[in-house]
Design a protein around this ligand. Structure first.
Ligand SMILES: *Cc1c(COP(=O)(O)O)cnc(C)c1O
Length: 390
């Protein structure tokens, strides 16, 4: 291991979008076209996205959070309904449940994959449960078949929070190709980036048409249709909608990014492979567990301390910071936030709390160089020696 302690002038980001001249060109083209809001580029982005994941319909929206909200709203979930969701997730999985007027019910995760534990899910079901928010955690597919079977047996709808999971596959099937509503994100921490942006997928053409209306104030026809018509068409508003539109500026960047998805995922998998191999020699560190059914995109690389509490983990992250390496705690436990203190807990969340205390994420993104990966590995060996093994 090289000595990294003297090289604190190094600075390695946790996540970084990978942009090039294609994205710049795409933006210039849209600006020059004069059509910057939702228009032809959004339609093209949707078509390309749907073809890529192998689904009939993709509907672009302003973020994964608006996609999750719109999913719940379109399914008619609201006051008096319960939605089961893992507490161990980004808080955006849970906020939309509250915003439609429903009640989140927190379930525990599997201690190795950090994905929703099927038994904990089942234990959380009540006669009021309408849906389960199934999160593919950090791009690692959850056990979809298992959860779907148990949900179907109880008349519960599955919504997939696939915010992190573009490019991942479950039993060889791309995430986003199932019969459920799927919600993706293009935030800079995700695998493809438009700045802000989201996408919904569904095999149901009627549902997709309704989602397109709802994202655009409930309007009966799109701006593109009206623009292309050979006569003046007056729209109607059959249903109350929202403004969850994506702009053509974002969509044009998204199209350029989609072309690179395979390369991005391949690079992330290669980096994860190097981390796995190196950290196998560190008994203090547990590397990510990948179940046989899952092909992750490594939106994040999540590692865990084999022992110790949050203060030890935080000291480790601080030792990484002093070496110029950005890291973060792995996953948050939503039930521990003040904003969710009023939600009664119905079952044990022991694995959620342990993961909240012991996990952390390391830099991983397409533009991270081999040299930088080596530097991160050396830094973690040193930080472990300093903080954990001491
Ligand atoms: C990022 C993320 C979201 C929210 O995505 P936005 O596009 O920023 O709204 C939702 N759920 C999970 C699991 C996420 O990681």
């Amino acid at each position: 291991m090289g000595d990294t302690s003297g090289s604190s002038n190094r600075s390695i980001a946790l996540a970084k979008p990978s942009f090039s001249t294609e994205e710049e060109q795409a933006l210039i083209e849209v600006i020059r076209s004069g059509w910057v809001t939702q228009g032809p580029k959004v339609a093209e982005f949707e078509e390309r996205f749907a073809a890529l994941v192998g689904i009939e319909n993709a509907v672009a929206v302003s973020s994964a959070t608006s996609a999750l909200f719109l999913s719940l709203h379109a399914l008619g979930i609201g006051a008096g309904d319960e939605v089961v969701v893992p507490s161990l997730t980004f808080i955006a999985s849970v906020n939309p449940i509250v915003h439609v007027g429903a009640t989140p019910v927190f379930a525990d995760v599997d201690p190795r994959s950090f994905n929703l534990d099927p038994d904990s899910f089942e234990a959380a079901l009540t006669p009021r449960t309408r849906a389960v928010m199934l999160v593919h955690q950090l791009g690692l597919p959850a056990d979809l078949d298992e959860i779907e079977q148990r949900a179907a047996a109880r008349g519960v709808t599955v919504i997939e929070d696939s915010a992190c999971a573009l490019g991942s596959a479950y039993k060889g099937r791309p995430i986003g190709s199932s019969d459920n509503l799927n919600c993706f994100s293009f935030h800079p921490r995700k695998v493809i980036v438009t700045g802000e942006g989201g996408m919904m997928t569904t095999p149901d053409a009627e549902l997709a048409a309704r989602l397109r209306r709802l994202r655009h104030q409930g309007m009966s026809i799109s701006d593109v249709e009206r623009h292309r018509a050979d006569r003046v068409i007056t729209e109607t508003y059959p249903e109350i909608g929202f403004n969850f539109r994506l702009s053509d500026l974002h969509a044009a960047v998204g199209i350029a990014q989609l072309d690179k998805l395979d390369a991005f995922v391949a690079r992330r998998r290669a980096i994860a492979g190097r981390y796995d191999e190196a950290f196998a020699a560190l008994p203090e560190i547990v590397t990510p567990h990948v179940p046989g059914f899952a092909s992750p995109n490594y939106q994040s690389y999540i590692a865990r301390l084999s022992r110790g509490d949050a203060s030890m983990r935080d000291a480790l992250l601080d030792a990484m910071f002093r070496r110029g390496v950005a890291t973060r705690r792995g996953l948050m436990a939503v039930h521990k936030e003040a904003s969710y203190a009023h939600i009664p807990l119905t079952g044990s969340l022991e694995h959620t709390e342990a993961a909240d205390a012991q996990t952390f994420v390391l830099p991983i993104y397409a533009d991270l160089s081999d040299d930088e990966v080596g530097y991160v590995i050396d830094a973690l060996f040193e930080a472990v020696a300093e903080v954990v093994a001491a």
